[in-house]
Design a protein around this ligand. Sequence first.
Ligand code: PTJ
Length: 243
Amino acid sequence: MIPKNHPRYESLILREKIKKANEEGYLADSGMIAHGRGEAFDYLIGEKTIATAHEAIKAAVATFILAKDPVISVNGNSVALAIDDIINLAKVLNGKIEINLFYRTKERVKIIKNLFEKKGTDVLGSDDDELLFIEDLESPRATASKNGIYSADLVLVSLEDGDRTEILVNSGKKVIAIDLNPLSRTAQMADITIVDNIIRTIPLMIEVANEFKEKDDKYLKMIIANFSNQENLKKSLESIKLK
Ligand code: PTJ
């Protein structure tokens, strides 16, 4: 039991969630390492949503609303930390949810699918689904549901650093990434990168989505036109360096 007045309470609670996911058998073996890397970057940005992330969230939500067939991609770490928020975001933004694991095993996919189903939410990407392969991507992460990531025009990815974003972008999809590391390959390759902790980002995306749903396309397009991912990433890095 972690005392609520512990100075690292929030951070310890997140560790507990990651530990629990590991015990339940759906975290990747290296999921704890990935979490540790995230913690280090979160420390460097002051464990709060920085101004550049707020800007990226607005551009991301505007892009999401204008998308025809958006999909939220989930893995072991994102489910461990943010399953309820992910479900709510998918509802607010009319997006599908798809399981996409780098270290894919039948067992892990089954456990994650059950977690969503217990909450009354359907997910794509399981072994019961029609799975295709995204061109050029030779990892198990290449699987893509025919009615999900394969045909999506926008994919939200989080907590992954690798070659998938580049391939999704090259295949003509828009990619939004949530990644605490502004230097990761995923962060650098995405169309819009939100440099923030997933546990803060998704609730903020939901807030902005509720506000932006009332806006017209012209307003949303203006938000997107005024956003530069390269500039935003540069400023995010500067805010780390200034600390
Ligand atoms: O469940 P699987 O099989 O798909 O595997 C998932 C992991 C996370 C193990 C796999 O994708 C992986 O190895 O990821 P990486 O290469 O360690 O990348 C994880 C990225 O997420 C790093 O850039 C971290 O800084 C970032 N990150 C970690 N925790 C958070 C985070 N970003 C946002 N919020 C976090 N809480």
